[in-house]
Design a protein. Structure first.
Length: 379
């Protein structure tokens, strides 16, 4: 997608101001997409509490979002999507935004991030550094191509979502985070490819853009999910239970486990001990941590399982079965984190729980720390 930021957000878009901006909790522009609900996969299971179903934003909630955006420094808001101009009270919403001094408009045509564009020149897009999207059902996305929800407006403040997002932090520090040939490209100072195209093709929002013409000869150097965990987590066979990291989302990952004969925690009857679920959870969050830090070190980051609570075992797994493990870093402080996890066999939930982990990182306490996500009723 090579959509012009200035065409979307107007001539006020300050290229020079945001070209080298570091991470901040401010926004310059916001897009509110009016459309049908979208299935974002496993990550919404962690974003929404069990009691909250997807609900379309009301007029009052949209006005509240505009107020929050104004307090974050937003100067331009666009309403996108096929149904934007037909949205009830859209004129009142535009008037409200303008009454706050925010330039508000309707984007008259839809645009998409397409993974098979015929023209694959680098997309000089820096919108991740100054804007984000709120869907009509309240999910916050980095951009149209990165369809990864960062949080939900229904029970989090926009400022909290932006502050706590590891994905937005990674995108704003792209020069140090991009993996593969894009990192050493001669245009790396002004271009980091299209993050949406990279995610669509590889499953990794930090992968090199595989559709860029400059990467045509380097496609073998671009990693894609699912990916084996050699060198990504410190555990070695036979203690390594998790086989691959398959999916990435905000502070979360999906991994796969094949239960094999002779693996630790398996008894003579072919069933596995309950403690194996904890180890799967710990190794899966280690996979997320290790994958995000590929390129920083030749060895996998150290990590330890410190404890567990709220472990619920619904059924046992057997040798020969393939399981999916989904983990979400609920809170962190420095090197310590609290992780929620789900272990599934197809669509059947075998186990859920929370684990406390320690992972060696390069950051100092207080930098990039995230408190637990809170609902509006819990603030």
């Amino acid at each position: 997608m090579s959509e012009s930021c200035s065409r979307i957000f107007g001539s006020l878009f300050p290229y020079d101001k945001f070209a080298d901006q570091g991470r901040s909790n401010s926004l310059y522009a916001l897009e509110i997409c009016i459309g049908d609900p979208v299935d974002f996969g496993f990550s919404t299971a962690f974003i929404n509490p069990d009691s909250l179903r997807d609900k379309k934003l009301s007029y009052e909630e949209i006005c509240d979002i505009i107020n929050q955006a104004k307090n974050l420094g937003v100067q331009a808001i666009v309403f996108s999507g096929r149904d934007a101009k037909y949205y009830p009270q859209i004129e009142d919403i535009l008037f409200f935004a303008k009454s706050l001094g925010v330039d508000a408009s309707i984007l008259n045509e839809e645009y998409f991030c397409i993974a098979d564009l015929k023209k694959n020149d680098p997309a000089l897009c820096i919108r991740h550094r100054f804007s984000c999207i709120v869907t009509s059902y309240g999910y916050v996305l980095p951009c149209p191509g990165l369809r990864i929800p960062l949080g939900s407006i229904h029970y989090q403040k926009l400022s909290d979502i932006i502050r706590d997002s590891e994905i937005l932090c990674d995108l704003k520090e792209y020069k140090n985070k991009i993996k593969g040939p894009c990192r050493i490209c001669e245009n790396a100072e002004i271009c980091y490819g299209c993050r949406g195209r990279a995610y669509c093709v590889t499953g990794d929002y930090l992968a090199s853009d595989p559709l860029c013409e400059r990467n045509k000869k380097h496609k073998s150097d671009i990693m894609a999910l699912p990916l084996p965990l050699d060198g990504i987590i410190p555990q070695m066979p036979p203690m390594r239970l998790v086989d691959t990291i398959d999916k990435l989302a905000e502070r979360s990952a999906g991994c796969s486990v094949s239960i094999k004969e002779g693996m630790p925690f398996a008894d003579e009857n072919g069933s596995i001990d309950n403690v194996a679920y904890l180890e799967m959870m710990a190794q899966s969050i280690a996979a997320l941590n290790g994958f995000r830090n590929i390129g920083k070190s030749d060895t996998a980051p150290e990590g330890y399982l410190l404890g567990a609570k709220k472990l619920i075992i619904n059924s046992e797994a057997m040798v020969g079965e393939r399981l999916s493990v989904f983990v979400f870093k609920y809170a962190s402080y420095g090197d310590f984190g609290i992780v929620k996890a789900i272990v599934k066999r197809n669509n059947e939930v075998l186990a859920t729980g929370e684990i406390k982990i320690w992972h060696k990182t390069d950051q100092e306490p207080g930098i990039g720390d995230q408190g637990p996500l809170k609902g509006k009723n819990n603030d």
